[in-house]
Ligand binder design. Structure first.
Ligand SMILES: Cc1cc2nc3c(=O)[nH]c(=O)nc-3n(C[C@H](O)[C@H](O)[C@H](O)COP(=O)(O)O)c2cc1C
Length: 202
């Protein structure tokens, strides 16, 4: 059935950030998403658990932002080798979306920031994928066809974009390029999978 109101699909860029570094990655991934065209990037954060304000001036994610997304990029600072508690807490309130299968067959990626080079980026990214797999999302990493993955001396990994937050420095050129490429890849996959869902027989 056709509708008079045509809304652009969106990718939900959902993240928690206290110091702003995960937010920088989120903004860069969003740039990559928007560069594809025909799909929006909706940046959202989650409430803190300790009353301290999260970085930036981002809206809190509403259930409808999640359920209606064509894809998901999820980011968190590494906290003792895994995602920050506010984000984990937020996911534990998504049982209705899980029961409804709202995220099944939609693409997702994960991203993180650490203060130390070997402080758990890959462990964090891999553990962040687990709830997304339960929700039926299709995980997309960063392929080694991205040249910077071979040369980076800061962040960036095949498991998803990362930042090495050494001395609060900004994203490196390699980190930025890899985050942007991940956004582009996610947007292309989201559009392709949305077309497939729309074309599939009921
Ligand atoms: C409670 C806590 C635990 C942390 N655990 C780690 C860790 O395991 N490895 C690491 O390298 N950095 C760790 N950090 C540092 C943050 O991951 C790092 O500063 C990150 O860039 C912050 O991201 P944000 O600016 O988006 O808040 C931790 C910070 C806090 C507050």
């Amino acid at each position: 059935m056709s509708s008079d109101v045509v809304t652009e699909p969106h990718i939900l860029v959902l993240f928690y950030s206290r110091g702003g570094k995960t937010a920088e990655l989120a903004e860069t991934i969003a740039d990559g998403i928007l560069s594809v065209g025909g799909i929006d990037a909706r940046l959202r954060t989650v409430p803190p658990l300790d009353g301290d304000a999260p970085a930036g001036d981002y809206l809190y994610c509403e259930p409808t932002d999640l359920a209606s997304a064509a894809g998901l990029a999820m980011g968190s600072p590494t906290r003792f080798g895994t995602m920050a508690a506010p984000l984990k807490h937020w996911w534990e309130q998504t049982t209705p979306q899980w029961l409804n299968g709202d995220l099944v067959d939609k693409p997702a990626c994960v991203f993180t920031s650490t203060s130390t080079l070997h402080g758990g980026q890959e462990a964090t990214l891999l553990s962040m994928m687990l709830p997304l797999l339960h929700h039926g999302l299709v995980i997309a990493g960063t392929p080694y066809t991205e040249a910077e993955l071979h040369t980076t001396e800061s962040g960036g990994s095949p498991y998803g974009p990362t930042h090495w937050d050494k001395d609060r420095r900004p994203l490196s050129r390699d980190e930025m390029r890899l985050a942007r490429a991940q956004g582009k890849r996610l947007a292309r996959l989201a559009l392709a999978l949305a077309n497939d869902r729309n074309g599939a027989p009921a």
